[in-house]
Design a protein around this ligand. Structure first.
Ligand code: DGJ
Length: 732
């Protein structure tokens, strides 16, 4: 019935090609406006806050297209804001597309043909604009999908042609956007292993700034594929105009920020075309990945909330469903475990009160057992000497203990010391006539090859077909590509980076189709591969192998800009010498897990953890589905304070983390946000160590939302590496 109703609501509006027609791409609060010029070319005339009177976009468009100085009147040079800038004729700046035709002509012109507006439901619509080269049978379709309430736009491009032979694509962006402001401030998120998503904001100057990856796989090890671009001045959490952009692509990505002679900015987003020219066959469609962005005139906080809301509903696998709390064994056992040790850990998981035990690396390989990182990767059979009864037995044992069972795999990678490599040496990416390039003693399997895709799918399928199957996978990926060459691709090596990523998606599509309810954690030696391409298949991601809670505050803060809390896995471990309370409170700001020796906890620590797990379970709907407000940034003070508020504003949870204050920090009151000013709220400190006193002196008091937001409360402890968690409940 629901499906039937949905079909009824689909409205399909074909629009006639018209000169000077305006195309509005609107959400509740923002608008992107395009215009077909008299010359049939398509221009962007507006991107910003939605106007009250949409008829006035005509005036903006006039202003932006007709009054624009066209290079001292020379009609051949077109400096205006082409919606999808081409190369080879009159474009003077970065192109979104560059191709060479069969006859060797290296230019492309695109003229508007028609567009359609398809409203798929009450919240989403898709606008498709068809463009064509007037002289060659080359077609470009620009797609814009709007998410009205979330104020998010997805944009991607299809390129196709009917020339006689393949056409070579050199540039093939997902999106081009134009902005006109006095200043542009870029926030980028640089990374490294154990140092993920560090924020850096700087003013863009004339010329080109590029953020990209050339790593092939695990592509955001050095740079996250997301950015904030603030207009006119730096934006704050609640102030300023800002665009937040990210891409659903797990291969090489590239953002180009190009400021021209008029101080106008062009942002080109998409696959990194570096070493990736693409031979497009006639009749085939090249579909770019989706660029996702939101425009906020209330700062970065609103931009993040827009993306979180979009992600929970549309961008993240099962974003509106609950997650499993867990106990992982990686940091306590590494490769050293057997059936008995694991059975004890199942009991530990039960004792803590978490939902699942997650068995990490080291359970497989027989001819070359996985007793360290140098062997076994690729031979996905349980090691008989460690696990004589196989993983089916572990599944049964976990079930008996009443905990779920999850398992680690790294199916895209292989050690040379494996039966798999002995059998299929041609399945790895490796250059002819050169030494193999080994990293973490492993090589990358060639996912361009359909046989390899079948193998990788079977790794998951075989485990799922064993006894009751597992409740969860952790899918790791511990290296990038170097010296990469695909035997399968033969003379089309420039397709490798793209075909690998597409091959990976094909495998993940098969898994998602066969096991639609299977939760999976995305991992890449920490957070080396966090993007919305992968998160279409994964319910969550491992944020970093750095679990020291001090560093972790910065890492989790970084991810919170683009990813909702329920996607970010944080584990309490023995890394760092802070208290168990600080570690647990830090982990609770996202998806809570543990990776500690439970037997080694003191009685009061265990009691604290059990209480914290129980608190987390009752508060997780707010943390997972609520709105995030970042109140005090660890980049600005020696503390971090943030809060989540439920959609109905009846419940909230505040986390305050004190880091390294130099002297008595004399912290100011913190004004809360997002509450209902008319509601009364009880504010209680939770997660207190047994027999310890409250840090928050007003715990248990009732305040109005108005007071909490206008006056604020003293939430932070002054002690180095300490924390306070407040549960706020409407009492009206
Ligand atoms: C890297 C991951 O980030 C760790 O959590 C762990 O799973 C190891 N790989 C196992 O090799």
């Amino acid at each position: 019935m629901k499906r039937f109703l949905l079909l009824l609501t689909i409205i399909y509006l074909p629009v006639q090609a018209q000169e000077s027609s305006i195309i509005k791409i609107e959400t509740e609060a923002s608008a992107l406006v395009l215009k077909v010029g008299k010359n049939k070319k398509l221009y962007q005339t507006y991107l910003g806050t939605k106007l009250n009177n949409s008829a006035e976009y005509e005036a903006v468009s006039k202003e932006n297209t007709e009054n624009f100085v066209v290079n001292d009147g020379n009609p051949l040079i077109d400096l205006r804001h082409a919606a999808y800038p081409t190369f080879g004729t009159d474009n003077l700046f970065e192109p979104a597309i560059r191709i060479t035709h069969n006859d060797g002509n290296p230019s492309l012109e695109l003229e508007y043909q028609s567009h359609t507006v398809q409203k798929t439901d009450d919240n989403t619509a898709e606008i498709i604009i068809k463009l064509k080269d007037p002289e060659y049978p080359v077609f470009v379709n620009l797609h814009y999908k709007t998410f009205y309430k979330e104020n998010v736009i997805e944009s991607w491009t299809e390129i196709l042609h009917n020339e006689k032979k393949p056409v070579m694509l050199y540039n093939y962006a997902s999106s081009a956007l134009h902005l006109d402001a006095d200043q542009y401030w870029l926030t980028q998120f640089y990374s490294d292993v154990v140092e993920e998503v560090r924020m850096e904001e700087s003013q863009l100057t004339r010329g080109i700034k590029v953020i990209d990856s050339k790593l092939g796989v695990r592509t955001n090890m050095f740079a996250s594929p997301s950015f904030f671009l603030s207009l006119n001045s730096k934006s704050g959490e609640n102030t300023g105009e800002v665009i937040a952009g990210t891409i659903a692509w797990s291969g090489n990505f590239k953002y180009t920020f190009d400021i021209d002679n008029n101080n106008e900015l062009r942002i080109i987003s998409g696959i990194n075309e570096f070493a990736s020219e693409y031979n497009l066959e006639p009749g085939k469609t090249f579909k770019t990945p989706v660029f996702i962005y939101t425009f906020s005139n209330h700062g970065k906080g609103q931009a993040s909330r827009n993306l979180h809301a979009w992600a929970r509903k549309y961008g993240l696998k099962d974003g509106e469903k609950p997650r499993l709390t867990l106990l992982n064994n990686w940091e306590t056992t590494f490769f050293d475990f057997d059936e008995n040790k694991l059975a004890n850990m199942f009991t530990d998981a039960k004792t803590l009160g978490v939902d699942m035990f997650l068995l990490d690396d080291g359970w497989f390989g027989n001819k070359y057992p996985r007793s360290g990182s140098t062997s076994g990767l690729g031979d996905w059979q349980a090691t008989k000497s460690k696990l004589p009864n196989g993983i089916g037995f572990l599944m049964e044992q976990a079930q008996k203990t009443n905990v779920k069972f999850g398992i680690w795999i790294e199916p895209e990678m292989i050690n040379e010391k494996t039966e798999l490599y002995e059998k299929h040496p041609d399945w790895v990416l490796s250059l002819p006539n050169r030494e193999k390039s080994i990293y973490r003693t492993q090589l990358v399997l060639d996912l361009c090859n359909p046989q390899v895709q079948d193998f990788v799918f079977k790794v998951v399928d075989d485990i799922m077909q064993t006894k009751s199957g597992v409740a969860f996978f952790k899918w790791d990926c511990n290296r990038m590509m170097t010296s990469a060459y695909s035997t399968y691709l033969k003379n089309q090596q420039s397709h490798l980076f793209i075909e690998y990523t597409k091959g990976l998606y094909k495998v993940l599509d098969r898994i998602k189709t066969k096991y639609p309810n299977l939760p999976m954690m995305l991992c890449a030696g920490g957070g080396g591969r966090v993007d919305y391409g992968m998160l279409n298949y994964f319910t969550e991601f491992w944020a970093s192998d750095n679990t020291d809670p001090f560093d972790r505050v910065f890492i989790q803060w970084g991810y919170s800009n683009f990813y909702p809390a329920l996607a970010t896995c944080n584990h309490v471990t023995s890394m760092g010498n802070q208290s168990i309370k600080f570690k647990t409170d830090v982990a609770m700001m996202g998806k809570l897990g543990f990776d500690i020796h439970v037997g080694g906890l003191k009685p009061n620590e265990l009691q604290f953890c059990q209480q914290a797990v129980s608190n987390y379970k009752s508060l997780s709907p707010v943390i997972w589905q609520g709105d995030l407000y970042r109140l005090i940034s660890p980049y600005e003070e020696s503390r971090a304070v943030l809060m989540y508020v439920s959609q109905d504003k009846s419940k909230s949870v505040v986390f305050s983390y004190t880091l390294h204050p130099l002297t008595d920090p004399n912290y100011s009151l913190v004004r809360l946000e997002g509450l209902d000013p008319l509601k009364k709220y009880k504010v209680e400190e939770i997660n207190i160590m047994p027999e310890a006193k409250n840090t928050f002196e007003a715990s248990g008091n009732v305040f109005s939302g108005d007071f909490l937001m206008k006056v604020g409360v003293k939430v932070s402890s002054v002690k180095q590496e300490s924390s306070v968690v407040l549960e706020i409940t409407a009492v009206d």
